[in-house]
Design a protein around this ligand. Structure first.
Ligand SMILES: O=c1ccn([C@@H]2O[C@H](COP(=O)(O)O)[C@@H](O)[C@H]2O)c(=O)[nH]1
Length: 491
């Protein structure tokens, strides 16, 4: 039976949901930055999906009436899929070594075969086709006949043509165009994303030796985080609350977060009501409020609805998973019951994220910002910690819970995450405790901030409302200039 469109479309959605491919700004082997990146290695963590892909490939192979004596996966990602296909069809497998052993048999092809046997190659993703062609060459050197290769995804960058030139037919279960079309129909990506990828693919056709068909391409990847609009990034966000925040920023036209660091609940509510129309996010430190109570929480939520902003408790969780699970949901503050977002340090490792997620109940969408850098002078965060934090936040399996990163510099490229930058003041003087400030224009235009956190710059102004309005305007204008649109269109 041939794979039907429904099965293929649902496969595309599943692959997208598990981050087997992403849109953004990725450095490729060929030296240019691509707006799309495939990493099908993750599928081994999803046995039902592995089974589904195997069944689809087997059906596809039957539909194409490909007959062979062996099946051989291109190392490494396609190996488990080829193994499952071999078992399902009782079709003997051959394994091509990537490196030849310098002892023992020194064989490059493992398995039983004889010259003249026919072998079909299985590959996960084809770009120029060079990996497939290396496998073809090694099999043919052993006298094995290769006429067909089956691939899960063809990036449509010249691979099919290059492979055909070596007298091998390439059959792809999915093409990049099909994938984009399906995601667009399923409202997972916008037209802008589709256009940006299509432009890249057209300008970046590659020969099997790695050279570019149209000469060295001067491709400007339009899916670069700091060049994209908040609305198009909302489409790419896997975390529902990040999506909501991006959309809120785009519709309300503000990228200002107010740090309402005051110690009396009435003062917090009064300032929030005055500044609410200008902010996308309210950042609290509720443990500094002397008269914290349930009525305060209810009033804060009412204000967030009245003025349309989200609330983030800057708790900076930093303990083991089990402890933070209780700190987040219980105690005096019951943070998870009212804060859309919280902050956390990465120092405890992956377990802290699992802990925070573990006790979340109900329908409310929640998310977290991971602290990768701090604004205070002499802080102890070093490069190694920073890089490991970015990896934990952007490459782990928790993209549905991680809204973004708290940092001072553009440390990451992924457009689906939000950069939140504190330490912002129009007059960039510090304080007596090592706080360091940068100007609103600087953090947005030079340092990659998506949202700027302003505390005392507003709280110490004679009129907090006017100050919030001023910060909102300068931050939004800086964003418009960064993405290259006229602020008149945006404000
Ligand atoms: O590195 C960091 C992380 C968090 N903050 C918090 O942001 C505000 C800044 O307040 P200002 O009055 O604008 O200095 C405050 O709540 C901090 O806890 C930070 O400053 N630096």
């Amino acid at each position: 039976m041939a794979p039907n469109d429904h099965d293929l479309a649902s496969l595309v959605m599943e692959l997208f949901d598990i981050n087997a491919f992403k849109f953004g700004d990725f450095k490729m082997k060929v030296g240019v930055n691509s707006p799309v990146y495939f990493d099908l290695r993750v599928i081994v963590s999803y046995p039902p999906l592995m089974d589904k892909i195997t069944n689809l490939l087997v059906d596809f192979m039957n539909e194409k009436m490909i007959k062979c004596d062996h099946i051989c996966g291109v190392p490494y990602t396609a190996l488990p899929v080829a193994t499952l296909m071999s078992i399902k069809q009782n079709l003997p497998m051959l394994v091509r070594r990537k490196e030849v052993k310098n002892y023992g048999t020194k064989k490059i092809i493992e398995g039983l075969y004889k010259a003249g046997d026919k072998c079909v190659i299985i590959e996960d993703v084809v770009t120029s086709g060079s990996s497939v062609l290396e496998t073809v060459r090694d099999l043919r050197n052993e006298g094995i006949e290769v006429t067909d290769v089956i691939v899960v995804v063809d990036r449509e960058q010249g691979g099919a043509k290059n492979i055909h030139e070596e007298s091998v037919r390439m059959h792809s279960l999915l093409t990049l165009s099909y994938l984009l079309d399906t995601l667009k129909k399923g409202k997972r990506v916008t037209e802008n994303t589709v256009i940006a990828v299509a432009k890249y693919i057209e300008g970046c056709q590659i020969r099997s030796d790695g050279s570019f068909v149209k000469g060295n391409p001067n491709i400007v990847n339009e899916l670069h985080r700091t060049k994209m609009t908040y609305e198009s990034r909302a489409d790419l966000a896997k975390c529902i609350i990040a999506k909501k925040l991006f959309n809120l920023m785009a519709t309300k036209k503000t990228n200002l977060c107010l740090a309402v660091d005051l110690t009396n609940s009435n003062d917090v509510l009064e300032v929030t009501d005055a500044c609410g129309p200008y902010i996308c996010l309210l950042k609290t430190h509720v443990d500094m409020i002397t008269d914290f109570n349930e009525f305060f929480v209810k009033s804060l939520i009412d204000l967030s609805r009245k003025h349309n902003f989200l609330i983030m408790e800057d708790r900076k969780f930093a303990d083991i998973g089990n402890t933070v699970a209780f700190q987040y949901t219980s105690g005096t503050f019951k943070i998870s019951s009212w804060a859309d977002l919280v902050t956390m340090h990465s120092i405890p490792g992956q377990g802290i994220i699992q802990g925070l997620k573990s006790k979340l109940t109900g329908n409310a969408d929640r998310g977290v910002f991971v602290v990768a850098e701090m604004s205070s002078h002499g802080n102890l965060i070093d490069e190694k910690y920073k890089n490991a934090t970015i990896k934990l936040a952007t490459e782990g399996a928790d993209a549905d819970f991680i809204a973004g990163i708290v940092c001072q510099n553009p440390l990451f490229r992924n457009p689906e995450f939000i950069q939140l930058t504190p330490g912002v003041k129009i007059y960039d003087t510090g304080d007596n405790f090592g706080q360091q400030y940068q100007t609103p224009e600087y953090v947005i235009k030079k340092n990659g901030a998506d949202i700027a956190v302003v505390g005392r710059g507003i709280l110490e102004a004679r009129c907090v409302e006017k100050a919030a309005c001023r910060y909102r305007d300068v931050l939004w204008q800086s964003y418009c200039e960064r993405i290259g649109v006229d602020d008149g269109d945006q404000l």
